[in-house]
Design a protein around this ligand. Structure first.
Ligand code: HEC
Length: 248
């Protein structure tokens, strides 16, 4: 039983060799360890036990990613919306291991992480999705997505059937939810708990999902070239670029 389990490609299992367990402590201890191992490994679903990180990529239609993100914002907000915009198409085209990933787990990123106004949930979502698909290169993609987000007039996405009408676009100059959404609300002349603000964040989720999907497609095609440099190296500390926004 234990042999079958340990012969599957599970790293933590090979770290403790079966022989060491068996010739180690007394029989009672062996029994406990073996029972624990059987229980914990048996509980890992097949797809997860065999998933190699990063996961496979197939071309993602950016428009489809945008449409899914826009609709899903109204279900579980920005972070979930962006992750699902990128990964739902892969759940459909690739299947496992994507189809076993409960995307609702990324809901917590809303409002700059449960309302604390830190990193915009769409950017957290972009990072999560890019990491699953592109591994370490996902960091470069996320870096470029954040740089683009802070310097672009958003939202760009136009839903086929909008849930609310909005007039303004805004360049955030910051990756922070608080700064980004506050500047836009000021411009639009609306409060946070309004249909307009919701619509803005839903469209913005679509924009970020589309951008992330586009860069992932380029990466898979071998044409992706990171454009934005290291923030930490540029400023000699982890930092945003809008120093004056806080230090002014
Ligand atoms: C989101 C707001 C914010 C942004 C943007 C920001 N900082 Fe800061 N920074 C702070 C806060 C808050 C402190 C802590 C200040 C304190 O308590 O004295 C700090 C501290 C510092 C300090 C050390 C203490 C001091 O006040 O001298 C330096 C140096 C610094 N920041 C440089 C920068 C630079 C350079 C940038 C842009 C590349 C930047 N910061 C962007 C908020 C920010």
């Amino acid at each position: 039983m234990l042999k079958t389990i340990c012969d599957s490609h599970c790293e933590s299992c090979s770290a403790v060799s079966r022989r060491e367990i068996l010739k180690g402590a007394g029989k009672a201890a062996v029994g406990v360890v073996a029972a624990a191992a059987v229980t914990s490994f048996a509980m890992i679903p097949k797809a997860r036990a065999s998933a190699q990180y990063p996961w496979p990529h197939k071309n993602i239609d950016p428009q489809q990613a945008g449409n899914i993100a826009y609709e899903n914002w109204y279900k579980d907000y920005c972070c979930y919306a962006t992750v699902s915009g990128v990964l739902v198409p892969l759940q459909k085209s690739v299947g496992e291991p994507y189809s076993s990933l409960p995307l609702e787990a990324f809901r917590f990123g809303h409002g700059g992480t449960v309302g604390w106004g830190t990193l915009c949930g769409t950017l957290l979502g972009a990072g999560i999705a890019a990491s699953f698909v592109a591994g370490k290169t996902g960091e470069k993609i996320t870096n470029d997505v954040i740089a683009w987000y802070t310097t672009t007039e958003l939202p760009i996405y136009r839903p086929a059937s909008p849930k609310a009408a909005i007039s303004n676009v805004n360049k955030s100059d910051s990756p922070l939810c608080h700064v980004s959404v506050s500047k836009w609300m000021e411009k639009e002349g609306v409060e946070f708990f309004t249909p307009q603000r919701k619509e803005r964040c839903a469209r913005l989720s679509a924009d970020v999902a589309m951008k992330t999907a586009t860069l992932l497609n380029e990466w898979a095609a071998g044409t992706y070239k990171p454009v934005h440099g290291s923030q930490a190296k540029t400023h000699n500390r982890p930092a945003q670029n809008n120093c004056d926004g806080c230090h002014g």
